[in-house]
Write a protein that binds this ligand. Sequence first.
Ligand SMILES: Nc1ncnc2c1ncn2[C@@H]1O[C@H](COP(=O)(O)OP(=O)(O)OP(=O)(O)O)[C@@H](O)[C@H]1O
Ligand SMILES: [Mg+2]
Length: 320
Amino acid sequence: MTPHLIITTDNLTRRFGETVAVDGLTLAIEAGEVFGILGHNGAGKTTTVRLLNGVLGVDAGSARVFGLDPTREGVAVRRRTGVLTETPALDEKLTAHENLHIYAQFYDVPAAEIAPRARQLLRDFELDERAAEPVGGYSKGMKQRLALARTLIHQPELIFLDEPTGGLDPVATRRVHDLIRRLSHDGQHTVVLCTHNLAEAQKLCSRVAVMEQGRAVALGTPAELARSLWKGVRLEIELEAATAATALDALKRHAQARQVTWDAPADEPTGRASLWVSEPAALPDLLAALVHAGGRVYRFAPQEPTLEDVYFALHEEVVP
Ligand SMILES: Nc1ncnc2c1ncn2[C@@H]1O[C@H](COP(=O)(O)OP(=O)(O)OP(=O)(O)O)[C@@H](O)[C@H]1O
Ligand SMILES: [Mg+2]
């Protein structure tokens, strides 16, 4: 069965003066995905979200969201999307409840449903105890959680989260991650997640686009990206410290080994070497070289590449 496409873009382009913020972006996002957009500052993530919601006009190419053209049918698109912006504006004089009510009315949520939905969301984000206080007195993390609750009050089927965990503590971050998982598991929601947090993208996203200067330079599942773009392997080795010197020399001399580091805590019988191996086929040979050099090996552990490895490889910050 052909998957149901919620978002498609074809050569989507937007300029600001000389800057091409989004440069010929072609994407297809399926219903039910948690789709990650990764990229450095200024890569074009937020501009993409704004184009898809019809908040900005398109210079060239096109986009369809629910089959609608966001430039001409932005109101219809925005009724069905929830957008957590980078710097959400809340009314600081009003309470959390009041903020949610106003937003719900703005989105024509049926009057009888507003209070129960607001109560539930405030409970979900653990804001219920302070829901009657003016938001001006909230901490940054509380404001961010309230902004997220507001994004969901009209029960949008497509949710854009632009850096949703920026400024949140680890507990609040986990709560937001759980919420994104819950949303994605019920099959009723599609999430587009802009993030700098590679671990977050790896954990949550079904697919990821890496943007650079307005272009998608890589696209795939986190595992596909890691495999296709990163042929090398990170290797961790635990060695008897007394035998390490000659063994490390052998490692460093090996043609496939890069960036060998060694960490041996004082008073411990073993230490840990860490390195990049440019070709996985070299692993048996490396182990043999270690043993041959007198190294006593307690652990020899190639690591699955992570999105972070891929990301830095794409940006050429490690030499594979
Ligand atoms: N309203 C605007 N006016 C002028 N230039 C803009 C505007 N909005 C974005 N840009 C430029 O477009 C490029 C892409 O910006 P965008 O905000 O989309 O990046 P981003 O990937 O969201 O970055 P960040 O990670 O910092 O949020 C940048 O060079 C930015 O300066
Ligand atoms: Mg941004």
